[in-house]
Each structure stands twice: as structure tokens, then as C-alpha cells.
Design a protein around this ligand. Sequence first.
Ligand SMILES: [Zn+2]
Length: 575
Amino acid sequence: MRFEGSFAQLKERLELLAQVGTWKELNPNQYEFRTHSGGVMSWYPGTGELGFQGQPESSLELEQLVRGMLSQDGEAMPDARPIMENLAHAPEFMNMSFLDDSYADSELVLGFVGALGTDLKVVCQIVEDRLKAFRYTAHCIRISTDVITKIGDVPQTENRVERIDMYMREGNRLREVSGDNSILALGAAVAISQLRYQESKAEPGRNAYLINSLKTPFEVQRLRKIYAGGFFLIGVHADHERRSRYLLDDLRLTKEQAADLISRDENEKEPHGQHTRDTYHLSDFFVSYDGNLDALKNQIWRILDLLFGKPYVTPTFDEYAMFMAFSASLRSADLSRQVGAVLTKHDCIIATGANDVPKAGGGLYWPTRNDAHEIVDEEDGRDYKRGEDSNAMQKKEIIENIIRSLPEHCRDEVAPLIKNSGIKDITEYGRVVHAEMEALLSSSRMGVSAVDSTLYCTTYPCHNCAKHIIAAGVDRVVYVEPYPKSKAQKFHSDSISLERSRKGVFFDAFIGVGPRSFFDLFSVNLGSGYAVIRKTEDGQAVDWSEANAKLRTQMQPCSYIDREYMAGHTLSTYL
Ligand SMILES: [Zn+2]
């Protein structure tokens, strides 16, 4: 809907609205009208466009009323009275439900990520079935057929290899031509909105939307922006062998086709390609699927119990230790990234580490509080105080030296070849001690042996840390984020094993609730959701049932501006 004219003219045409709300100039390019019932209309003088938001029912009524008032014949007026009445009063029922914890109909959006060849359909099916116990209806959105096919162009084919290849290419093309690497997430949001409309005429309710599957970190970021606390990412881990077998046996691909598709899916060279590996570690939950359906079901059921506030789901030691490794990472002032590690023995944390610059006397720099209560860092200590990353500087110098030593006529041609030769992956010149090394050093400073210990690190160790981990006698290494540049496995295949059954230090991909959701879902009263009560007043453990459970973090269909309005309205009813 549009209105072209001045603000004064618009106000005059909509004169009657003054009885049910107030106008506000947000800025010269946007005016807002807010009804007492929480409906919101925005008018943009530049384009003349009118938009309606806020409390869904009221915004619909407001739109209807405005449409009538702006129509040329103005004939919609006689039946406007009941609508005006509604708009003039804030509906009592909604005030408190959005301000306290009584709102129980939050929608849920779950994204899934798994490397190519992981059977995500099975995972979605288990989630869908289990959600029924919570009185939720699940709707599956397949990025391939529900998004790519609708916004792009994928020719029909019976050949499965061709089909996978065509969806990959079309996804890449859509990202490239739009210049937006999250375009498929936008398509998923539109699909959700359409499903909601078909299901309940735009009213949110106990619906869960399962998005299968996400392939770039940009899609995850976009969905978190849209759905905030209502979005969770589930990463499904299946080992390389199992995924290859699925592609070879079930889809009848040749070895070459399978290897090519798997490596493209993990990390395509082009920035608008698929980057499943970088997407996976953004997950809230990590589950493993090795073909055992019962094991998969147990993992999924626990995740849903946790999401729905079951009071007795507590972290495993792996989850706890990984969260501690993550929290250790937060103290790092490294210029490129924060990595954390904890060393444990017999389910007990014996040392922590983060990546930062070492200080004489042992350990890493900490900022300190001076007499004026300023928190200060040692001059010339950490990298940021020096203003540069020594590793980056040194690599630059090496590259420049090589280029300078070449005959002048071929420098321009050879320079990019040198830069792409892998020389940039060198990490040796960093001043920082890596998190894993600092954890080992920290335990040795305290006189505790690392023999037979387990090391939890937020990132897969580099080759340099790996050799010290092996030499220190660590038995198992658990990691979340893969580190593709790591040469650990290549250099130390004699001492590192990716399977528990083989000898060597076991490098184990983390499974469980990741650090991202740990705090919100395990804290009984400090997370962003409602407080969890575990016992009745007379000391009995409380009963919990799926059918009466509500999501721990509620996704409210209103903005903080609406809640602020409701707060004011609620206050006025007390006075
Ligand atoms: Zn390292």
C-alpha cells in the first residue's frame, strides 16, 4: 500500500486514527503510527510505501482500516467502529505472556549440517517423530527441492550423481549472481513463512521447521539473525568411510565421483561455494551417526529434552570439559583467533590454556588493575600492544625476499604463484604459545604429569602442538573445529589414530552439546530462557512431562519495542 503526499496530508486523511494510537517521526524518512493494541504502521515518505508490523492481529486490523480510509470512495468507513474499538485497547492476554514466562507457543527452527554422504533424512525423521511428544508439528524444508528449485533453475534428471552436482552448481550460481552467500537461508525463511501461513493463517504456534541442510557459515549467521534464540544448528558427524560407502553402495557412484563430490562439498575453492566443514563446527549440538539408529535416537531425544527444559539433563564430562576449553579461549587477545584447551585426568581438569604471548616467569600475559582501577596490559607485551602479528610479518618478509631475488621481468608473474604455494600456511613465527601447548606447560609448571590424560581443544591441533601432545603422553585429544591446514595426521600417522581401537593418541571429534548452547541450556537460572525448577516446596523432585513442556528459549513473535509498549500498558493498569 502507498500514500504519496506530505506527512500532514497523510495525517489528515487518517484523522480518525488519532483516537486509537499515536504518530511518531522516527526520522525524516520514516513515520510510525502505533495503536494502543500494539499494531504498528510505518510510512516512508521517500517511496510512499506503508508497512504494517507489531502485534499480528492488530497490524492486520490497522491495515484493513487504513486501506479503507485511503481508498478513493472512503466507503469502508461505516464498519470501522469494531476495528477502532479493538485497536484502542491493548489485549489483556498478551501483556503478561510476553513479559513473564507464560508464553508457551514458541516456534522452533532447527538447521542440520553434515558432510555429503551423511544420511540427514534419518536424523530429521527422528526429530519429527519425537517432536510429537511435545505437541509440536514438524515441517521439513529441503534446501534442494524447496528452495533451490523454486528460486533457481535445476533441470529434471533421474541420474542421482547429476542431480547432486546440479544442486551444488545451482546453489553456487545463486550465491554468486546475488552476491549474497546466505541467499538459500533467505529462501528457507520465505518457505517457513509460507508454511506458517498455510498451516495457521500466519499465527505462530507449536510448529518446528527443520532445514535440511545448511552448507555455508553465512546461512547459519543469517538464520541466527532472523530467529535468534529460536534457531539451533545440529551437526551430524559420520566418518569418511561411512559416507563414501553410502555414496558408492547406495547411490552407485564411482570412487572418483564420490571423492570429488565429498571434497567439493567440504570446502569448494570459490568463496560462494559450499563450505560444509566451516559450517559444521558452528553447531549447537553435535551428534554422531554410524548406522546405529538406537544410538542416534538416544542422542536426538536428549537434545530435545534439553531444549524443552527437562530439569535433570546435565552435561557429560566431555561437554563440561569442552565448555571449559571454550571459556579458556575467551581470555586470548590473539589478533587472528581465540583457541582454548583443557588437560584432564580421571574426569578432573588439571590445566587450562589459551593462545597468547608468554611472559617471563611462566604462563601468558594477563592484563592487571592499576591504582586508578584501569585494566592495563604490559607495554610491548601482547601482539596488539606491538601492533602486529609476528608470523604474518615474517611470512611477508620471506615472500618479498624471494620475489626480490627473481629477475625483474618475471616478478609479476611469479608473485601470485609464490603466494599460493602454501607458504602462507606457515605458523612457526608466531609469538603466541598455542592453547594446547600452554595447557601442557601449565600442568608441568604445577608438577602434574600429562601421561594418560585427555586434552580438550576448541580447534584441531596443528602439527607443532601434535608432536608435543604425543611426547607428553596424552592419551586422547577431543576437538570441535577442524583445522584443515594441520599437518598433524600426515606427519604423525604413526602416533595419531582416528579410531579408538587402533594404537596411538586417539584424536576424537567432539560429540554432545557444544559450548554455544551450554550456558543457556544447562544453567538453571542464568540463561536467556526461563528458570528451571527441580524440586517442589516440600523437597520432592518435580515431575516433568513432554506434553506440558515448553521451549527453554522462547521465540516471541513481537519486538522489544512491542514489549516495551506492553510494559507501559501493564504499568498503567497498576496505577
Ligand atoms: Zn598448535
